[in-house]
Write a protein that binds this ligand. Sequence first.
Ligand code: HPA
Length: 236
Amino acid sequence: MSTPHLSAKPGDIADIVLLPGDPLRAKLIAERFFESPKCHNEVRGMLGYTGTYKGRRVSVQGTGMGIPSISIYASELMNTYGAKTLVRVGTCGAIQPAVKLRDLVIAQSASTDSSIISTRFKGMAYAPAADYELLSRSVNSARARGFQVHVGNVLSTDTFYDEDPEAWTLWARYNVLALEMEAAGLYTLAARHGARALAVLMVSDSLITHDKLSPEERQTGFADMVTAALDAAIHD
Ligand code: HPA
């Protein structure tokens, strides 16, 4: 039995799944980090692969951008394929001066301006949080490898192009580190399904300085992020 968005058969996907937004990143992660990767999904071009990493069966699945899109893939992965450890790997925009391009931001919690979660909680404020074990292992792995790491709250925003270019400053005043678009949705659904979730993010741009990483810098930084995510995820 497949799902509306995943054509894999149950058993074709591992219980550990990395979740990049970009399906071509999923392909790159599988080719670069997995032994014997096999493509398990091509529906809508949202590529997914399963292979092994350090002897442990693992999968990677593209999710698309935004909470609605990642919610579809995360729900189907948990409900139909038995995913238990879901780690988002992606980019974020820094909104604190100490958070520099190419640093890693590990999202301990994820605030959101999306109404999806407040609607689910009848207007009350749920606090989407990472799995502590995954969080702590990824931070230790990243620090041991000498990567620059920040751990804290991120904003999962619904709006990439905000009408108000200063909208992020409200969140910055409350010590939110960076903007991205999916973690709050992933954390909320993982909690509901008894699964563990984490988002490991690389800073690709700064809303303060307007600097951006070059495509080459994105590639090397991306490898650091995937390594920290896989090290945390495969540890049972
Ligand atoms: N906003 C939202 N998501 C992002 C950004 C941003 O500025 N940069 C990278 N992902």
